[in-house]
Ligand binder design. Structure first.
Ligand code: CUA
Length: 155
């Protein structure tokens, strides 16, 4: 191997290590959670939403061509939601508007992200990974309701 080639390979290797460290240190220092596959929660076949603590919920969501189950999730303001999402068929996406949630939904994996809804309002979500003919219809929303005496239609 040529001396210049060796030098170029070493430099490329060193830069890979530096970039990898930058991602790891950067995500830890700034508290950015890198989405990944969940190992603790077993794959599920039914969509559910249940309360796991005060103002804390767990959502088991199913993505399939071309819907999310459930597609409308109503929660009180201040809720923290642990989202677990699986795909029944192909690769889908899951992106929540105005929130730090941007996931790939890989078949065969439980994909997870945690999000807190401080303010009341409607937060639409959609599939941002092309998944077939009905891809553009694949969407839903979080409806976050004001808590306290102001809201009479609270269930
Ligand atoms: Cu699901 Cu695009």
């Amino acid at each position: 191997m040529d001396k210049a080639e060796k030098w170029a390979f070493s430099l490329a290797g060193l830069m890979l290590v530096i970039f990898m460290l930058a991602i790891i240190i950067g995500s830890n220092a700034t508290g950015v959670h890198i989405p990944g596959a969940e190992k603790k929660v077993q794959p599920f076949s039914k969509d559910t939403l249940f309360q796991v603590g005060p103002e804390e919920y767990e959502l088991h969501m199913i993505a399939r061509m071309w819907v999310y189950q459930p597609s409308t999730i109503t929660l009180p303001a201040g809720s923290t939601v642990h989202i677990y999402i699986i795909s029944k068929d192909v690769e889908h996406g899951f992106l929540v508007k105005d929130k730090d949630v941007n996931m790939m939904v890989m078949p065969g994996e439980v994909n997870t992200e945690t999000v807190k809804f401080e303010k009341p309002g409607t937060y639409p979500f959609l599939c941002h990974e092309y998944c077939g003919a009905g891809h553009q219809f694949m969407s839903g929303k979080f409806v976050i309701k004001q808590t306290g005496g102001m809201d009479n239609e609270n269930q």
